[in-house]
Each structure stands twice: as C-alpha cells, then as structure tokens.
Design a protein around this ligand. Structure first.
Ligand code: TXA
Ligand code: MG
Length: 346
C-alpha cells in the first residue's frame, strides 16, 4: 500500500484525510509548529499505530488537537478560567494546555494520566480536517522517536517513506514557527511551563500573572525520574552526533572551534557567523538578528547534520527570553545540556 500525498490547497483534502482518520488510519498533518503524526484520539487501535510507527515509548502521552476552544469541554473537566483566557488570546496557535481529562479519551492516548494535553493548531487545512473528522486528532511530532522534529513534508517522507507505513501526508509547506508548541500545565496550584515554544514565557506571565518553570525545561532529567511531561526526559531533537553548545562572543567561539576542529566535526551557527567558521564545516540555521528565522530553521539544520560521518557538532545558541528561550531549550536538549564557555576555555 502506498502513502497518499495530499496538497493543503486542494479543497478536497480535509474530507479525504478525514475519511482516513475516521477509519483508523495515520495522517501526517502540517501545523504552524511542526508536522504531527495524526490519528483519531478516541480510537485506541489507531492511537496504538502512532506509537508503533514512531517507535515511541508507551509512557509518553499524546497531545489531542481540536478545531476550536468550544470543544474543550467535551474532553476536559474542571477547566479553570485561565484556560479560557489563554485560548482566547493564543488559539488557534502554538500553545498546548494540560487539563483534567474526561473518561471518553482512551488511556492509550493519555498514557494513563488523569490529564490530557490539548491544542488548537493554526494551520487552516488541519483545523478543517479535525472539524470534518468530528473527532480530536492525537498527534505527536511526526519524526521517528528520538530524531529531530519534522518541519516539512519531505522530512516526514524521509522518516516513513511512501510504502504505506503511514497512510497519508498533507503537504502544507514549511512550518512557520518550527519548534513544537509551548506546553503549560493548568492542573496544579500554579500554572507551570512544561515546554517552551512560540508562545513565550513573558506572554504567559503577562496573562496569567504567574508561571513556574518545570525542572525538565532547565536541565537534563534522568530516565527514571517522574516528570510532568514524560517526553521531556528523553534525549530529544538530537542528531546522531554529540552536540556541544559553545557560548561566548562569535569571535571567541570561532577561535575555540578552530583550535579543536578535526574531521567528522561540524558547526551549527548563525548566518552572520558563517565567514568566521569558514573551513569548519558550518551550517547556518537562521539569523541571530531575527530569532524567528532560528526557530523556523533549527530542525531542518539538525536533520541536515544527522549524517553518520558527523561525530561532533559545535552549536551556537541564542540567549535570552522570548522565542530564543524555546530555541535554546531544544538545542540544549539536543546537547544533553553540555555547554562550553569559549571565553573561559580559550
Ligand atoms: O507543536 C506540537 O505540540 C506538536 C504538533 C504536532 O502539535 N506536537 C508535539 O507532540 O510536539 P509530542 O508528542 O512530540 O510532544 C508532546 C509533549 C511530550 O513531551 C509529552 O510527554 C507531553 O507533551 N504531554 C502530553 N500529554 C501530557 C500530559 N497530559 N501531561 C503532561 N505532558 C504531556
Ligand atoms: Mg516530539
């Protein structure tokens, strides 16, 4: 069986893809963050196929995608006012909320938790698909487990091929945000950031008045630790090579890398730095002067560097809050939080 590729701008696509979802199949869906691997969230057998196709650990729950905030009550209960405030301000968009789950959502979708992560994505074709299917769509990032996320249909094809491991892909072009959604847990005494993304901590604080940052955002969590977002403990987003973040000025970082550079090394840097890393196998992922280009380009660059001959990657990482906070989090996770200070080590 072949994998069908749908065009996002074909008016028939939502209907055709919805038929596949309703009959228990897998459809890779474009969203403004990353491509997801979608199935009917209410259908245990369909959800099981997601875990199997991705090679995803069973203890890692899925985000359910809905077509509008009005659907929240069907799947969640005891919804705090803050959830409605957030939905009003940021949906459709790159924000996921963790809320108490109703029994109608199978345990396989939530990995047995009493909460569920919910998001309303911005991409029109995907929202039309959800509405047409009439069910929430469970979708993790479409990458094979442990690999960098997929931000184009070509990335999805690369991971799954066309021989029917997944039933369809909707080609919606490159994802605008490029890193996965911000996840905020609203089930505790204080709202808690489980994963930074396109909706920034500053924006959340401004609206909620308070925000705790989960430990898994800040440091490497060992595999046997219980964490709020189970997926955050895995070494994620990573190419096969060992990644090191090199901090300090562009000049200091270039001098640091030049001193150590050998065959099998590569550099992941800002566009402005390309001349400085000349001869050190540099790949740029965006402009440091425009952090949105960094988030949009990060996973494509990590994928391009995921080659057996590359053993070590020296990476340059934006600092500070806003979207840079999310880019920094993904890069640090790819590096298992290994950072070297070029200024101190020269
Ligand atoms: O942008 C996104 O969120 C993309 C697109 C496709 O929507 N999806 C995505 O899914 O990134 P995934 O499965 O790659 O990451 C979901 C994260 C995982 O770390 C998972 O452990 C966490 O969300 N998660 C899911 N349900 C949860 C829950 N009930 N409580 C806490 N964390 C949860
Ligand atoms: Mg993922």
């Amino acid at each position: 069986m072949k994998t069908v590729i749908f065009r996002a701008d074909d008016p028939q696509t939502p209907k055709k893809a919805a038929e596949i979802i309703r009959s228990g199949g897998l459809v890779a869906i474009p969203t403004e963050t990353v491509y997801g691997l979608g199935a009917n969230a209410m259908d245990e057998a369909a959800v099981a196929k997601i875990f199997e196709a991705k090679g995803r650990p069973q203890d890692n729950p899925l985000i359910i995608h809905i077509s509008c905030a009005a659907e929240l009550e069907r799947y969640c209960h005891d919804i705090p006012d803050s959830a409605y405030l957030l939905a009003e301000r940021f949906w459709p968009g790159p924000l996921t909320m963790v809320l108490p789950v109703r029994d109608c959502i199978p345990k396989r979708t939530t990995a047995g938790l009493d909460t569920v992560a919910v998001r309303c994505p911005k991409t029109a074709v995907t929202r039309a698909l959800i509405a047409e299917a009439g069910v929430p769509i469970a979708a993790p990032s479409a990458n094979l487990s442990g690999k960098p996320s997929t931000t184009t249909a070509a990335h999805v094809l690369h991971d799954y091929g066309t021989d029917g491991r997944i039933d369809a892909i909707i080609n919606g072009g490159a994802c605008e945000v490029g890193v996965e959604s911000t996840i905020v847990d609203l089930t505790g005494a204080r709202p808690r950031l489980l994963r930074p993304g396109g909706v920034t901590p500053e924006e959340l604080r401004a609206l909620l008045g308070d925000l705790e940052i989960d430990k898994a955002v800040l440091e490497q969590i060992s595999n046997d630790t219980v964490v709020r977002a189970p997926g955050m403990k895995y070494r994620h987003y990573a190419p096969g090579a060992e990644v090191y973040i090199v901090t300090g000025s562009s000049e200091a970082a270039a001098a640091y890398v030049r001193k150590r550079f050998t065959d099998g090394d590569a550099v992941l840097c800002f566009e402005e730095e390309l001349p400085l890393f000349d001869g050190c196998n540099p790949t740029a992922y965006g402009k440091s002067s425009d952090v949105r280009t960094l988030s949009a380009g990060l996973f494509a660059a990590l994928r391009a560097l995921d080659r057996p001959e590359i053993k070590t990657i020296y990476a340059r990482c934006p600092e500070g809050g806003g979207v840079a906070y999310a880019v920094g989090n993904r890069l640090k996770k790819a590096a298992a939080f290994r950072c070297v200070d070029a200024e101190a080590e020269l």
